[in-house]
Design a protein around this ligand. Structure first.
Ligand code: ADP
Length: 256
């Protein structure tokens, strides 16, 4: 069943000016519930712009072609006001970015708690959720650390805990492993896959990294602001999810 559907998605930056850029030129995408999908393509092909529209951070252009459509959980989102978009983002979506985007003066625990607060979850329930999320990403012993006191891999795991803490149906990640070495990339990818398997969460991952794309269920390829037709898809090499020993314990039979 479709979790997220976009039709006729267009975005032009600096419209009407000499330096305008047609970043998206009419994109149709369908993301099914429980999928883990990679969006790949050369730099400047419109991947981040598409992710921002799917995550309700930007609105698609209403003009210049057929009316854009955007549905999440069967609900039409194109004409929603800012307050309602923000509410859906906070409650039903999680975001992970290449630069981690943690608040430097807050501890790991407080950074995760902030996402609970945005979603209206407070008090003991929020504390429990934040603790569980940090434990899920293997940072139960770093909860009082500030970002500067953690490695890049640890910071991205905090960002992941923040994205997962409200059990969102959809997690959107923009180059989540872009600043990490291969060992840390594998850890992050394994954690994403674990959430996908255990909680049926849907992941859309913008990535340059062939290994990340190969570990996803499906790849959407972008070029010059459009999705490459499936017929032009090169078959991707399937890398089965292979948990490392500690993950094997956590995932149990479901992931093997
Ligand atoms: P990708 O994620 O594939 O690298 P982007 O979606 O970031 O591509 O960008 C697509 C195109 O839109 C690029 O040519 C980029 O320079 C341009 N672009 C992105 N954001 C802006 C912006 N805020 N203002 C003007 N141009 C932008």
């Amino acid at each position: 069943m479709a979790l997220l559907e976009g039709r006729n998605l267009r975005k032009t930056y600096n419209r009407g000016k000499r330096n305008h850029v047609d970043a998206l030129r009419g994109v149709d995408v369908t993301i099914d519930e429980g999928e883990m999908v990679a969006i790949t393509g050369p730099s400047g092909s419109g991947k981040s712009t598409l992710m921002h529209i799917l995550g309700l951070l930007h609105a698609p252009d209403p003009n210049g072609g057929p009316a854009p459509e955007l549905r999440f959980e069967g609900r039409d989102l194109v004409d929603l006001g800012d307050a309602e978009r923000t509410r859906i983002r906070a409650k039903s979506m999680g975001f992970v970015f290449q630069e981690f985007n943690l608040v430097p003066i807050l501890t790991a625990f407080e950074n995760v708690l902030l996402a609970c607060d945005y979603a209206g979850i407070k008090g003991a329930r929020a504390n429990e959720a934040a603790t569980a999320a940090l434990q899920l990403v293997g940072l139960g012993d770093r909860m009082g650390h500030r970002p500067a006191e953690m490695s890049g891999g640890e910071q991205q795991r905090v960002a992941l805990a923040r994205a997962l803490v409200n059990s969102p149906h959809l997690v959107l990640a923009d180059e989540p492993t872009g600043n990490l070495d291969s060992e840390n990339s594998k850890d992050i990818l394994a954690t994403l896959r674990r959430s996908n398997i255990e909680h049926g969460q849907t992941f859309v991952i913008v990535t340059h990294d062939g290994e990340v794309a190969a570990a996803c269920d499906r790849t959407i390829r972008m070029r010059d602001g459009v999705v490459q037709p499936a017929s032009q898809d090169r078959p991707i090499e399937r890398v089965p999810f292979a948990p490392r020993p500690v993950e094997r314990e956590l995932v149990g039979a479901a992931g093997t």
